[in-house]
Design a protein around this ligand. Structure first.
Ligand SMILES: Nc1ncnc2c1ncn2[C@@H]1O[C@H](COP(=O)(O)OP(=O)(O)OP(=O)(O)O)[C@@H](O)[C@H]1O
Ligand SMILES: [Mg+2]
Length: 296
């Protein structure tokens, strides 16, 4: 017996009307064109493709924010094509968006923002503060962040809050639409590590959307390459990377920056302390410990 997949898209399509300058419908854009894919329970599927290839439209259909033109969406074996967007549905699927700044209300504290889904899903009032602390801890932020405002946080910290909020109602599937593309490379990597850890602990299933194939390599078990709304290549991540069958995949792979040996040698070296980029305090402590001359 095989377990039911967590998510199945079957022949999913979305066409948008094209209008003339006078508003007459003159045709249709096939933003998503008969896309089928399956993500097993606890699996990580990477959906790659250039800007405009239809990635976010797929995410929006899964979230029930856009109605498909054709096809079916099965979540945990249940056909949810017409009923997405309900409360019961939100408990199963949550999404993390690209821009961590715009997804948080600047007038709400972090705690208040995380409380929104708890309220929406009627989480007992008495347990909310403790749950918020627990969620912050899951994304490795201190509990006192609950009292802070978004402008006091870095981009990476805001994205951790967005993840905490997505986890609030214990969903099974999380759709990540370019969750790290607004962040520095080192912050991206740590966020991916966090997502991997959370995925294992909480047995989450991820649909990870990105134009950056290099990020998928360490995260996704299977990838699909989207081109003009169609999946042109799919398979286990390693085999797609090693033997790309489609020209477009090769092109996407070629655009991932590869650092040459010479460039690598010229990169500034930062001495890591305990595997981390040192803070000013740690550097000072180290200098004092080794009696090196100090800055005036
Ligand atoms: N509401 C809409 N009305 C008309 N066309 C749309 C609408 N939403 C998306 N499109 C079109 O559908 C296509 C796919 O867009 P989509 O946003 O899904 O791409 P994407 O892969 O997420 O791109 P990006 O990497 O830039 O986020 C594009 O041609 C876009 O212009
Ligand atoms: Mg998009």
């Amino acid at each position: 017996m095989t377990a039911r997949p967590m998510l199945e898209l079957v022949g999913l399509s979305k066409h948008f009307p094209v209008r003339s300058p006078f508003g007459r419908i003159t045709g249709a854009v096939r933003a998503v064109d008969t896309v089928s894919l399956t993500i097993p329970r606890g699996g990580v599927y990477g959906l790659a493709g250039e800007s405009g290839s239809g990635k976010s439209t797929i995410a929006r259909m899964i979230m029930g924010l856009t109605r498909p033109t054709a096809g079916d969406i099965l979540l945990d074996g249940e056909n949810i094509t017409g009923q997405a967007g309900t409360r019961a549905y939100g408990r199963k699927v949550q999404m993390v968006f690209q821009n961590p700044g715009s997804s948080l209300n600047p007038r709400r504290t972090i705690g208040q923002s995380i409380a929104v889904p708890l309220e929406a899903h009627a989480y007992p009032r008495a347990g909310r503060a403790a749950r918020i602390g627990e969620l912050l801890d899951m994304v490795q932020l201190p509990a006192d962040f609950a009292r802070r405002y978004p402008h006091e946080l870095s981009g990476g910290q805001k994205q951790r809050v967005a993840i905490a909020r997505a986890l609030a109602v214990a969903p099974k599937l999380i759709v990540l639409d370019e969750p790290t593309s607004a962040l520095d490379v080192s912050v991206q990597a740590r966020l991916i590590d966090l997502l991997v850890d959370l995925g294992r602990q909480l047995e989450l299933t991820y649909l990870f959307i990105s134009h950056d194939l290099s990020l998928m390599r360490n995260f996704a078990e299977e990838v699909g390459v989207l081109y003009l709304g169609r999946i042109v290549e799919t398979g286990p991540t390693a085999s797609v990377f090693e033997h790309p069958a489609h020209d477009y995949t090769r092109l996407l792979l070629a655009s991932v920056p590869v650092i040459s040996a010479e460039e690598e040698a010229m990169r500034p070296r930062i001495e890591l302390i305990d595997g981390e980029i040192p803070t000013a305090e740690k550097l000072l402590a180290r200098r004092q410990a080794s009696h090196l001359p100090q800055d005036p």
